[in-house]
Design a protein around this ligand. Sequence first.
Ligand code: SF4
Ligand code: SF4
Length: 287
Amino acid sequence: MDPAPAYPSAMVNVTNRCNLKCQHCFVFRDGNPNELAGEMKPERVLSELRRLRDRHGLRRMLWMGGEPMLRWRTLEKGLLLFEHNTITTNGTVPLKDFGPDLIYVISLDGPRAINDSVRGEGVFDQVMKTLSAIADDFRPTVMIQCVVHRENQDHLAELAEELLPTRAEGLTFSFYVPRAGEISSRAWADNQERETAIEIVFDLKRRYPEFIWNSSRSLDLMRPATAKLVTDNCPLLQLALPLYIEGDDFTTPFCCYGNDVDCDRCGAWGVFSTACKIPGPWDSPST
Ligand code: SF4
Ligand code: SF4
C-alpha cells in the first residue's frame, strides 16, 4: 500500500454553525445551519484529527467554520494536537487567550457600511468592540483579513485607517475566489481586470508597510503574467490538506474554497504568500 501523502498543514471547518449570515458565505450558500443537531461529537473531532495528524504528518492547523469560536471548548483541546494553530473568526465572539503561539485572523469585508451590507447590520462595530476588549497581556497574535473584490476595492484605505489605531497587529488582503463561470458584481472578469485592485493594495503597502502584511512579492505574483503559473501549480493543494466535517464524517473537498472554484481567477492570500516560500515555475528569471 502506498504511504499516505505528507502535508505540513491542514484546514478544518470545526463547526458548520455560525452566528452570522454573510451574503457571500461560500460555506453555506443555501443558508446557515444553527442547530447543534448532527454536529460531530467533540471526542470524535479530536480523535479523528489526531489520527489524520499522525497519518499525514500535520504540524499546522487552520481552524475554520462556520464560526469556530462557537466551539471554543473543542478548539482549546484541538490546539494541543498541533505545533502551530490559526483560528479564522468573524470577530463577533470574544477571543480566548489560548497562548502565544496562536494567530487569530478576523474577517472584515471593508469599512463599516460595506462590511455591514454583506455581513449584517452592526457587525463592524461588534468586531471593533472585540478588538478594544483585548487585554494588554493577551498573548495570541490578532490580525485582520479582508477579501478584496470589485465592489470594495476602492474602499480599502478607509478600512486600513480605521484599523490602524486598534489592537490588530496587521492586515492582509485576500482576493476574491469566484466559482467556475461566475459573472457577478464581485468577481473580476479576468486577472487583467483584477490588476487595478492589486495596485490599490500596493499603494496601501507603500503607505503602511508595517501594517499591511501582504508581501510585495506575493502581490507581484498575482499579476496576469504570473498568476496562472501559481494557480496551475497551486501551493495550497500541495501543502495543505482541506478537511470538511460533514455530519459524522471527515471529507476532503477539492480545495478549502469548495469543489466548484475557478482556479484561473483565484486570488487567495494563502496561495500567493505560500508561493513566495517554495520554489515553483513562477520563479523563472523573467518573473
Ligand atoms: S462569518 Fe463566515 S461562516 Fe459565518 S456566515 Fe459569514 S462567511 Fe459564513
Ligand atoms: S481555488 Fe483552491 S485549488 Fe484553485 S488555486 Fe485557489 S486555493 Fe488553489
